[in-house]
Design a protein around this ligand. Structure first.
Ligand code: ATP
Length: 312
């Protein structure tokens, strides 16, 4: 346990995610699409501290450049929702201060809100010593959002259903990524709604594959970045490019920097460029920084573990 201004608190860090493959199936009756969604956690971290307080409070710190100003400071913050759901489940008042240090771009397709929700669940579970197991935390997480169960688990995994039914994927190797974030975020709901509309006007939904491609699973096991790069796939590309035409051009810069592959992460607008080595990632970082400005470029590696305690 760490001491935060004289009060005992728990601090954890939560990684962002990139989507290696995102296949979007037909719209379900509950308004969600069935997905085959391959996630990888990457080393861009939000840090979340929970400490006892007289009432539920949220503070958020971070660079305005990543959109921190748009993060709610009330009970609609996903971390606060996580605390409330855990408090209700364990029959106690949700009286904690949640302090969030944002580094994951907001509304960037890297699941920053879900990361904070997963972080708050784990931190409060530890603070309150609830004794709930991983499985029950995962179930609570799924109620908060489709990506939260993966954010709890980390590594590389495929999510079925809305993305919450997870199967880990073997892949001990480390991959190196360069991310270019956009100046303004994109709403996940807006992207999926636009996608549904264009599917409907094109005469219905495409069939969902049974799982990730074989090429992807082989590339992960062998640590083959070039092969993995060729397997990156996102069914939302046409919709995202319609909403943000400049992203198609940005992704095309992948060829200029000899990226192994390039893909929009999830609903975007962050673009992910896969490097063939750590050195290559650094070359890509410098080149892309010259084009877009260094403040928009992030270097990271993955897979990394899910939520981890930060030692006091
Ligand atoms: P995903 O990749 O899961 O689609 P995202 O990365 O595109 O999500 P988030 O950063 O999770 O998007 O934020 C989406 C919206 O959720 C924000 O615009 C903000 O209003 C709201 N939000 C609520 N809680 C948080 C939080 N802790 N951090 C960031 N955004 C939050």
């Amino acid at each position: 346990m760490s001491t935060v201004t004289g009060v005992t608190g728990v601090t954890v860090r939560a990684p962002a995610k990139v989507n290696l493959q995102l296949f979007v199936g037909p719209l379900r009756d509950d308004g969600y699409h069935d997905l085959v969604n391959v996630f990888q956690s990457v080393s861009v971290y939000d840090e979340v501290t929970v400490s006892p307080a007289e009432r539920l409070r949220v503070t958020v710190h971070g660079d305005d450049g990543i959109g921190t100003r748009a993060v709610p400071r009330d009970r609609t913050n996903l971390a606060a929702e996580a605390v409330a759901i855990l408090a209700a489940r364990t029959g106690r008042p949700p009286n904690v201060e949640i302090s969030i240090r944002k580094r994951i771009p907001v509304a960037g397709g890297m699941a920053g809100g879900s990361a904070d929700a997963a972080a708050a669940l784990v931190a409060c579970d530890e603070l309150w010593q609830t004794g709930l197991g991983d499985r029950e935390l995962g179930d609570l997480g799924a109620r908060l959002g489709s990506d939260v169960p993966f954010m709890l688990m980390g590594g590389t995994a495929v999510g079925y259903g809305r993305g919450e039914l997870l199967e880990p994927l073997a892949g001990p190797e480390r991959f190196h990524w360069v991310f270019v974030r956009a100046e303004t975020g994109l709403s996940t709901a807006e992207v999926y709604q636009a996608h549904s509309r264009s599917r409907a006007s094109a005469g219905g939904g495409a069939a969902l594959p049974p799982g990730p491609t074989t090429g992807l699973t082989h590339a992960l096991v062998r640590g083959d970045a070039r092969r993995l790069g060729a397997e990156l796939k996102n069914d939302l590309h046409p919709t995202v490019f319609k909403l943000r035409p400049e992203l198609e051009h940005l992704l095309g810069l992948g060829q200029e920097v000899a990226a192994a592959g390039a893909v929009v992460s999830g609903t975007g607008p962050t673009c992910a460029f896969l490097a063939s080595s750590e050195e290559h990632a650094d070359i890509m970082r410098r080149h892309l920084s010259q084009i877009t400005g260094s403040e928009r470029v992030l270097v990271a590696h993955g897979p990394v573990p899910g939520i981890e305690r930060v030692p006091p």
